[in-house]
Design a protein around this ligand. Sequence first.
Ligand SMILES: Cc1cc2nc3c(=O)[nH]c(=O)nc-3n(C[C@H](O)[C@H](O)[C@H](O)COP(=O)(O)OP(=O)(O)OC[C@H]3O[C@@H](n4cnc5c(N)ncnc54)[C@H](O)[C@@H]3O)c2cc1C
Ligand SMILES: *[C@@H]1O[C@H](CO)[C@@H](O)[C@H](O)[C@H]1NC(C)=O
Ligand SMILES: *[C@@H]1O[C@H](CO)[C@@H](O)[C@H](O)[C@H]1NC(C)=O
Ligand SMILES: *[C@@H]1O[C@H](CO)[C@@H](O)[C@H](O)[C@H]1NC(C)=O
Ligand SMILES: *[C@@H]1O[C@H](CO)[C@@H](O)[C@H](O)[C@H]1NC(C)=O
Ligand SMILES: *[C@@H]1O[C@H](CO)[C@@H](O)[C@H](O)[C@H]1NC(C)=O
Ligand SMILES: *[C@@H]1O[C@H](CO)[C@@H](O)[C@H](O)[C@H]1NC(C)=O
Ligand SMILES: *[C@@H]1O[C@H](CO)[C@@H](O)[C@H](O)[C@H]1NC(C)=O
Ligand SMILES: *[C@@H]1O[C@H](CO)[C@@H](O)[C@H](O)[C@H]1NC(C)=O
Ligand SMILES: *[C@@H]1O[C@H](CO)[C@@H](O)[C@H](O)[C@H]1NC(C)=O
Length: 597
Amino acid sequence: MAFPAQFLLLLPLFLAGTQSEAKIYDTVAELPALKYDFIVVGGGTAGNAVANRLSENPAWSVLVIEGGPSNVGVLDNQVPGLAVDLFAPSSGFTWQFNTVAQPFADNRVMGYPRGRILGGSSGINEMWYTRGSSEDFDRFASVTGDKGWGWDAMFPYFLKNERWTTPADKHNTSGQFNPKFHSTTGMNFVSLPGYGWPTFPRIIAAAAELPDVFPFVEDYNSGSPIGLGWVQSTIGNGTRSSSAASYLGEPFISRPNLDVLVNAQVSRILPSSKDSTHFNQVEFSQDFTTLFVATATKEIILSAGAIASPQILLNSGIGNKTYLESLNIPSLIDLPAVGQNMSEQPLVSNSWFVNTTETYESFNNNDTQRDIDLAQWNATRTGPLVSIVGSHVAFLRLDANGTALGNFEDPAAGPKTPHLEMEFAVIPIPAGGGNFMSVQCVVVSSASRGSVTLNATDFSPFSHPIIDPATFASEFDFQAMKEGLNKVFQFMSTSAWDGFVMRPLDNLASALSGGDAGLEAYIRANAVANLHPVGTTAMSPKGAQWGVVDPDLLLKKATGVRIIDAGVMPYVTSGHTMAPTYAVAERGADLVKQTWA
Ligand SMILES: Cc1cc2nc3c(=O)[nH]c(=O)nc-3n(C[C@H](O)[C@H](O)[C@H](O)COP(=O)(O)OP(=O)(O)OC[C@H]3O[C@@H](n4cnc5c(N)ncnc54)[C@H](O)[C@@H]3O)c2cc1C
Ligand SMILES: *[C@@H]1O[C@H](CO)[C@@H](O)[C@H](O)[C@H]1NC(C)=O
Ligand SMILES: *[C@@H]1O[C@H](CO)[C@@H](O)[C@H](O)[C@H]1NC(C)=O
Ligand SMILES: *[C@@H]1O[C@H](CO)[C@@H](O)[C@H](O)[C@H]1NC(C)=O
Ligand SMILES: *[C@@H]1O[C@H](CO)[C@@H](O)[C@H](O)[C@H]1NC(C)=O
Ligand SMILES: *[C@@H]1O[C@H](CO)[C@@H](O)[C@H](O)[C@H]1NC(C)=O
Ligand SMILES: *[C@@H]1O[C@H](CO)[C@@H](O)[C@H](O)[C@H]1NC(C)=O
Ligand SMILES: *[C@@H]1O[C@H](CO)[C@@H](O)[C@H](O)[C@H]1NC(C)=O
Ligand SMILES: *[C@@H]1O[C@H](CO)[C@@H](O)[C@H](O)[C@H]1NC(C)=O
Ligand SMILES: *[C@@H]1O[C@H](CO)[C@@H](O)[C@H](O)[C@H]1NC(C)=O
C-alpha cells in the first residue's frame, strides 16, 4: 500500500490509545515465566476471547503465544476502509497461504490469507457480523449430542460478545435492525454502516421491485436470516473492533496474571514425560531455529484457527497414523479426522461500471483523496473510511424446483437456512480506471469437503500446510452458484439501476452473452474460496469414530488439550464465521471454567 510518510511518523502519537504495549512481549527473554496454568496457542479471534475469560480468575495464570506481531499502532488495523490493504499478501499481516490447484475451478491456485497479527483474522477481515441461522446451531447440537451448542443455548454467548453501538454518522437506524436481538454491554463493537454511498437507496429500491425473491429482512441476526437487509459489522466509533482491541484492551491486558508473547510460532505440543497421551508442553520458536518449551499445568488451548490448529496437531503426531508414519512423524494419537472434512464456501464477485465518482475507487485509486479521507477519519472518525463499503446483504434459498435442489441432497441445516448470500460490496477492485459496484455471490450452505495436510516434499513444522478447499468438488455447489448468479443478474436488471449502472465488466459481459456455457466458464474462471474454513478439528459425540474433539472441546483420546477456534464447527454456518467463532470461544471458556471450578 502506498502510504504517505508523514502518516507513518505520526502513528505512535495518534494511535496510542486503549491498548498498552506493556504486557505484550516481543521476545521470550522478556517473558516473566515459562510455566502457566493455561497456554493459549494463537492470539486470534477465539484465542483472545478465551484468554480474557480465563484471566478473570486472578488465581489462574494465562499465556497467549501468537505467531504474528502486536497490533498496537498498526493504522490499517484500525481504519475499516483500509481492510483490503490488510489482507493483501504485501501487508505482512497474513500467513500468505495459497490453496493447491483447484481442478473444478480451472486448476487455479487461490490466495488463502489468514490473519497473522494479534487479533488474528478478526484484525484483517472484512468485519461482516453475521451469526447464521438458528438451524445451523441446532444442527451442531444434534450432531454432537450436546444441547449446549443449540441456538437457544448459544444466543446468550453471542450477546456476551456483542456491544451494539450507533454508526459513525449517527443516522436514524430505525427499521434497519431490531434491538431485541442485540446487546450493548458485550465486548466487540457492532454497528450499521456509518457512511452513505449512492448505491444504498437503489439496493433497497431494487429489492422492493422483486419482493418474492428479495424480501426485506429487518435483522438477519435474529436466527431467521432470509431476505435482504442492512449489514452489521464489528466497527465502533468508526474503528475496527478486533479481538485484540476488545478482549486485550485496557483494563484486561494489565491483569498481572495475563501475558502475551508475539512473534512466536508454535510448532508442536508435547506429551508429559510420564504419559504419552497427556499433553502439557508447547514448543515454539521466534527464529525457526531455536526452540523453546513452555509448560501448561492445567490445559493447553489450541486457538490457531481452522488451518493452523490441525497443522500443529499433525506436526505433533496427532492424526491419521498411517499418513503420519508415511511422513516419518511418530504417531502419538491415531485420530484420522484431523485436518479432514474442511467445510468452506465458494464466492464469485461480479462488477459493473457505474455513472458516479462516489465509489470506493474515489480514494483507493487517488492518493490525494485518500489523504483527505484519512485526515477526516483521524480528526473525527467520520467519512468514507469508517465502514467497509459493504452495505447490504441478501440471504436466499435456492428454488425448490431448480437444478441444485432438484438433483442433490440439500446440504443446508434446515428450511429457514439460506443456501446463497449476496454481498453488496466494493471490495474487488478491477485493474484500470473507472468506478464500480460489485455484488458477490456465495454458496453459504455448501456440500464440498476439503482438507489441511502437511507438505510431504518439504516437511518442517514451520512450512506452509497444504490447503485444499475442494471448490466445486460437489456438483451441488456449482449448480447452486449458477442459480445464485442468475438471481444476481435478475436483481441488477431492475429499473432501480437505470441511469446508474452503465455496463458489466468485460469478463461478466461475455458471461452474460454466452448462454449457459458462458456462465459456467465464467464461474470456473472466477470463483475463489470465501476464507471461512471450519470442520478441520470438528466436534463429534463422545466416543464417535469421526471428529477430533468431544462436545466439551477436549481433544479425543488425550488429556490436557482443548481446541477452541473456528475449526471445531462441523459444518460451515450459513454466513460469515467470525461471530459464530466468538460465540464458540465464549462458551468454550465457560467449559474450561467448569472443568477447573
Ligand atoms: C481476509 C478475510 C476476510 C474475512 N472476512 C470475514 C467477515 O467479513 N466476516 C466474518 O464473519 N468472517 C470473516 N472472515 C472469517 C473470520 O475472520 C474467521 O472465521 C475467524 O476470524 C476465525 O477465527 P479463529 O480464532 O478460528 O482464527 P484466527 O482469528 O485466524 O486466529 C488464529 C491465530 O493463531 C495465530 N497462529 C496461527 N498459527 C500459529 C502458530 N503456529 N503459532 C502461533 N500462533 C499461530 C494466527 O496468527 C492468528 O492470530 C474472513 C477471513 C479472512 C482471512
Ligand atoms: C427515525 O425514523 C423513524 C421511522 O423512520 C421515525 O419514526 C423516528 O421518529 C425517527 N427518529 C428520529 C430521532 O428522528
Ligand atoms: C472516538 O474517536 C474520537 C476521535 O479519535 C475520539 O476523540 C473519541 O474519544 C472516541 N470515542 C470513543 C467513545 O471511543
Ligand atoms: C489414513 O490415511 C491413509 C493414507 O493416507 C488412507 O489410506 C486412509 O484411508 C486414512 N484413514 C482414514 C480412516 O481416513
Ligand atoms: C466428516 O463429517 C461427517 C459428519 O459431518 C462424518 O460422518 C464423517 O465421518 C467425517 N469424515 C471424516 C474423515 O472425519
Ligand atoms: C483525486 O482527488 C482530488 C481531491 O478530491 C481531485 O481534485 C482529483 O481530481 C482526483 N483525481 C482524479 C484523477 O480523479
Ligand atoms: C491526527 O490527529 C491528531 C490529533 O488527534 C493530530 O495531532 C495529528 O496531526 C493528526 N494527523 C493527521 C495526519 O492529520
Ligand atoms: C421454479 O418455480 C418458480 C416459481 O415458483 C418459477 O418462477 C421458475 O421458473 C421455476 N423454475 C424451473 C426451472 O422450473
Ligand atoms: C511444498 O514444498 C515444496 C518444496 O519446498 C514447494 O515447492 C511447494 O510449493 C510446497 N507446496 C505447497 C502447496 O506449498
Ligand atoms: C451519466 O449521468 C449523466 C448526468 O446525470 C447523464 O447525462 C449521462 O447520460 C449518464 N451516462 C450514462 C451512460 O448513463
